[in-house]
Design a protein around this ligand. Structure first.
Ligand SMILES: Nc1ncnc2c1ncn2[C@@H]1O[C@H](COP(=O)(O)OP(=O)(O)OP(=O)(O)O)[C@@H](O)[C@H]1O
Length: 291
């Protein structure tokens, strides 16, 4: 369990902004912090990592106090068992991919975990390469593996995939899900991307001007009501076409286009580019093998 209460005055574009949050996260969950630019998301992660200090607050991770301002407890960043991946994370350029991972091992820690991560993250073909010769997506895959070497108590992902193209991003999201399933690490993901947040997290905290505006499951948070379905996916609207009395909405879900028929009234509420949830609970989905 992670208990977090943080208070800090920040300098926002429009003047002073108070970051004031109280969050509890159960162990093993993947929680997303979602919010507009400047809402305070990165500040929370930096405070968790010990890189930024709140004026008031407490951070307790698995019963260990990392920070308690009233007791003057403030564990150094290197004493906090954290894996941190952000957009422009630098790998050591003078070391191969494998050496970058080995370098992250704690003193006396067995190197088996490096082999395991190379296998899970499918880095075999890249392990002797220098980071400079890798694509952005490959580098982030290595960065994620490196953050996992120490088997942290808490994994922090700050927009780790935002500079990566759509197809590679989707693959990397699968890797994140895979390692999360395998290691059950408590993970906090900061992202602007609703589809990403929906796909990866089981709980979403929406931050607005330094305060929690709402939180809950992805469907509770994004559909405004508790939407349940036999299956549901998120996607982007590509087109809305009128056909006689109905409208046909084409939605891009992953790499597939799904067409959904809606009424005129429903269509009026939708625009090309909107992120949407496509769900069904009235009938059983049909499954067929492909290829
Ligand atoms: N050291 C600091 N002292 C005071 N204010 C700060 C400090 N660091 C950041 N801020 C301000 O706090 C606000 C929140 O910044 P933060 O980076 O946490 O937002 P964010 O939600 O992560 O935004 P983005 O999505 O653009 O990364 C910003 O207005 C920023 O200028």
């Amino acid at each position: 369990m992670i208990q977090l209460s943080l208070y800090k005055k920040l300098q926002a574009n429009h003047g002073e902004m108070i970051l004031d949050i109280d969050i509890q996260i159960q162990s093993g969950r993947l929680v997303a912090i979602y919010g507009e630019s400047g809402a305070g998301k990165t500040s929370i992660l930096r405070m968790l990592a010990g890189l930024f200090h709140p004026e008031k607050g407490k951070i307790i991770v698995n019963n260990q106090t990392w920070l308690d301002c009233s007791e003057a407890i403030n564990l150094k960043p290197q004493k906090r068992k954290i894996g941190y991946v952000f957009q422009d994370l630098a790998l050591f350029p003078n070391m191969s991919v494998r050496e970058n991972l080995l370098f992250a091992l704690d003193k006396g820690q067995k190197s088996d975990i490096v082999d395991e991560l190379i296998s899970i993250m499918e880095l075999h073909k890249l392990e002797t390469r220098s980071p400079d010769t890798l694509s952005g997506g490959q580098r982030q895959r290595v960065a994620l593996a490196r953050a996992l070497v120490k088997q942290p108590d808490l994994l922090l992902l700050d927009e780790p995939l935002s500079a990566i193209d759509h197809q590679m991003r989707s693959k990397l999201q699968d890797y994140i899900l895979e390692v999360h399933k395998k290691f059950q690490l408590t993970t906090i993901l900061v992202s602007h991307d609703i589809t990403e947040v929906f796909k990866l997290s089981d709980h979403i905290i929406v931050l607005e001007n330094g305060r929690i505006q709402k939180q809950g499951s992805p469907s509770e948070v994004f559909s405004g009501k508790n939407m349940s379905g036999k299956f549901q996916f998120t996607g982007d609207i590509l087109s809305i076409e009128k056909e006689e009395v109905v409208h046909i909405v084409s939605v891009l879900i992953g790499n597939n286009i799904v067409k959904v028929i809606v009424t005129e009234e429903e269509a009026n509420d939708l625009s090309v580019g909107n992120k949407v949830i496509v769900a069904s609970k009235a009938f059983n989905p049909i499954i067929r093998r492909i290829g």
